[in-house]
Design a binder for this molecule. Sequence first.
Ligand code: ATP
Ligand code: MG
Length: 183
Amino acid sequence: MAGINKNGPVALIDTDPQASLSNWWNERKAETPIFASVSIANLANHLKELESGGVKLAIIDTPPAITETIRLVIAVADLVLIPTRPSPHDLRAVGSTVEMVEAAGKPMVFVINGAAARARITGEAAIALSQHGTVAPVTIYQRTDFAASMIDGRTVQEIDASSRSTDEIKELWKYVNKRLRKC
Ligand SMILES: Nc1ncnc2c1ncn2[C@@H]1O[C@H](COP(=O)(O)OP(=O)(O)OP(=O)(O)O)[C@@H](O)[C@H]1O
Ligand SMILES: [Mg+2]
């Protein structure tokens, strides 16, 4: 994920061939955030165009595996968010992502996603991740409304403004926004 700037109109960019973010947006009825179809080779210029068009924040989704695409996205990012499942598989994969982000000299934040309630592995994952860098002070739990929102084209906040998932996402945004302001 990359932020080009603070609060305001938001653009989404999907660089993952799996196209989960595009599929979500295509189901979406609301006009915002806007969806920007851009070529990866020309990311920096596309971001400049979006910025001159008034976009204040660009969120770029990446493929899951370490690829040249990820390197190019990191190169234009102000802040790299690394969603990580508290599983041995995800934790093993983190090292090579971290190397790439550090080589580019970009700030990064891990976000633990899909945690199970009261599972010891969540705490263990946070400790393991903290050896590599900052872990967001908010854990996103595994809940059906997150899964439902992916096919529904809405956010969990839009589905139920008073759900626990909504609280987590609000808290996460508060934290990420604060970090972006320091970029
Ligand atoms: N916290 C959560 N609770 C429940 N379901 C979740 C949660 N996070 C993600 N999911 C579901 O898991 C699937 C994959 O999630 P997500 O898109 O975040 O991961 P990904 O690794 O980027 O996957 P993809 O390779 O499809 O892009 C989605 O269907 C999503 O709805
Ligand atoms: Mg994805």
